[in-house]
Design a protein. Structure first.
Length: 95
């Protein structure tokens, strides 16, 4: 039997991203595709704020990449974001 997981609210996903380095382009695109696939355009500002933490942030590049992620969001899920955040030290709160 497969265990189902509750969807991650967007505000929690944004908090999780504080544990993920936005400087690495591969990670950046993976996160963009995961957010786009899960939340659609509602996550655009979250992606931009997270991206802006990188020293190499470029607003125009961020917008272009986000639009690309919306057009082809596949390949990455919120599981990717969870894994990256946990690798950075994020821990889910226990009930």
């Amino acid at each position: 039997m497969t265990q189902g997981y509750a969807p991650i609210p967007l505000h929690q996903a944004e908090h999780m991203l504080s544990y993920v380095d936005s400087h690495d382009r591969d990670v950046w695109v993976q996160v963009g595709k995961a957010l786009a696939g899960e939340y659609g355009d509602a996550a655009a500002d979250v992606f931009d704020r997270w991206s802006a933490q990188a020293g190499n942030y470029n607003e125009r590049s961020c917008r272009t990449t986000w639009r690309s992620c919306l057009r082809k969001p596949g390949g990455y899920t919120m599981g990717t974001v969870v894994s990256l955040a946990k690798a950075g030290g994020y821990q889910f709160e226990r009930p």
